[in-house]
Design a protein around this ligand. Structure first.
Ligand SMILES: [Zn+2]
Length: 469
């Protein structure tokens, strides 16, 4: 039990003993306002929230995790994904096509998804993320084939079963090939139908409470797959329901060209004229903005999910992360769908972000600390949960990642545990803790369902890929 005589800050623990303590860390990178990094650090979690942090002797708790030789960070936040795409991971014919051709090749396979395949792909995809230290993920689920069932509920059930914090978006597509868009006719819906489904999804699943495990945002797929009217009305609905807005934005040159040819303006102006330039918006990619557009994004309080691996695989370009941050844009990190960035590891994306920033803006610009910041605080801002997610301080949620800095990969990395974390490796989380509950221990998922779900996933992925032939 916690005791008033215990040294090291334990006496300050409110309400006595904690539920969980992570102690003895080589470093706790708090990501708090002072960016405190605590040697021999500990973190106590009570009722799902961080109740105290300190150094030296730690308070007692029902669950004690020894973090000797480990770095402890806030749980990483994934700000962009399409979980269902792991059903067509690394699908061979698509690997040499840029964005539009790649999408049009895969739509015929994806149109076969249903509630079962969405549930299983979400479970497996979120499990993969948890193994990389992710404790909160969004999902941009924009594909709702006619008759496929309630796909949003199917993926929310998967997240609940796994125990990961989840911000799914009710995505949509309304502009099919016959109307000048990209997707096939049978996966688009009518604008009124989409808006009704969005409103119902928020009413049913959106939890506004502090520490919420599930929140819903509204997310038309992209300017090239929805009508302008749907963009406008979705922004109005998000305002009325007080939920966040998400879409793809300025992903590559094709995106710019489509916007100029179809709307007569660049993607930035389109975002502005549809009412999306607000601080409830976070966009995915943001590879192509010009300097003045970067300034306007920052002034509006728009956030952006940087998806480095996807941008590399699809040869889209390198997002101007340093310039965006300098302009006040909150930049988070996204793994993007597993058909375009086929590995869904937030650690890997953080490393890619660090390396690309060094390449684009100079070696000193892309530090491990910058990458950690966008993977935690930046993601929290994208999801509208600053101060609650992505930071280790009393009152924040008890979401933690514990990273072992031992073994051959870290031999000799004595000087700086945070730089070592991202420059050595590859790394997976040793322990991933969500709302005070470990869901990964010793590098393995705690759920007993892993093998069953992987077998189901193999069956369903084969079905999706075979049926389309
Ligand atoms: Zn995407």
């Amino acid at each position: 039990m916690a005791d008033a005589d215990l040294p090291g800050g334990a006496a300050d623990l409110p309400g006595g003993a904690a539920d969980l303590v992570v102690r003895g860390a080589r470093c706790v990178a708090t990501m708090d306002a002072d960016r405190r990094e605590l040697s021999d650090g500990w973190v106590a979690v009570t009722d799902g929230f961080v109740s105290a942090v300190g150094t030296g002797d730690a308070p007692d708790a029902a669950t004690v995790i020894d973090a000797t030789d480990c770095l402890v960070t806030p749980g990483l936040v994934n700000a962009h994904h399409h979980l269902f795409q792991n059903l067509t991971r690394a699908y061979p014919p698509m690997t040499d096509k840029p964005l539009f051709g790649w999408l049009q090749s895969l739509y015929p396979l994806w149109r076969t998804i249903d509630a079962e395949s969405v549930h299983v792909s979400a479970w497996v995809g979120l499990a993969e993320l948890a193994l990389s230290g992710c404790t909160t993920s969004t999902d941009h689920l924009y594909l709702h084939p006619r008759g496929a069932g309630d796909l949003l509920t199917a993926e929310i059930d998967a997240a609940r079963d796994l125990g990961i914090r989840f911000h799914p978006t009710r995505g949509s597509m309304s502009l099919s090939e016959k109307d000048g868009g990209l997707p096939p006719d049978d996966v688009v819906a009518d604008d009124d139908e989409i808006l009704a489904a969005c409103e119902e999804a928020v009413a049913r699943h959106h939890d506004r409470s502090s520490g919420a495990m599930t929140r819903v945002a509204l997310a038309p797929c992209s300017p090239f797959s929805v009508t302008e009217d749907l963009m406008v009305r979705t922004a109005e609905l998000a305002e009325r329901l007080d939920v966040r807005l998400h879409t793809h934005f300025a992903e590559n040159a094709e995106d710019d060209e489509f916007s100029l040819a179809t709307f007569g303006c660049r993607p930035m102006e389109y975002l502005e004229r549809t009412g999306w330039c607000t601080d409830r918006t976070w966009v995915a990619h943001c590879v192509m903005p010009e300097p003045d557009e970067i300034r306007r994004l920052g002034a509006a309080g728009v956030s952006a999910a940087h998806c480095p691996s996807s941008n590399l695989i699809l040869s889209s370009g390198i997002a101007p992360v340093v310039d965006l941050r300098a302009a006040g844009v909150h930049v988070g990190l996204g793994v993007d769908g597993s058909s375009s960035a086929d590995s869904a590891s937030l650690w890997l994306e953080a490393r890619q972000a660090m390396l690309l920033t060094k390449l684009r803006d100079g070696a000193a610009s892309g530090s491990a600390r910058m990458a950690l910041e966008i993977a935690t605080l930046g993601g929290a801002a994208c999801l509208g949960r600053q101060g609650e997610l992505g930071v280790i301080e009393p009152g924040a949620v008890g979401d933690l990642a514990v990273w072992s800095l031992t073994g051959p990969s870290y031999a000799g990395a004595l000087a700086d545990p945070v730089e070592a974390w991202l420059r050595c490796g590859p790394a997976s989380a040793r322990d991933t803790i969500v709302h005070g509950r470990p869901i990964v221990r010793a590098g393995a998922l705690e759920s007993p369902a892993v093998e069953t779900m992987l077998a189901e996933h193999a069956r369903l992925a084969a079905r999706v890929q075979r049926l389309a032939e």
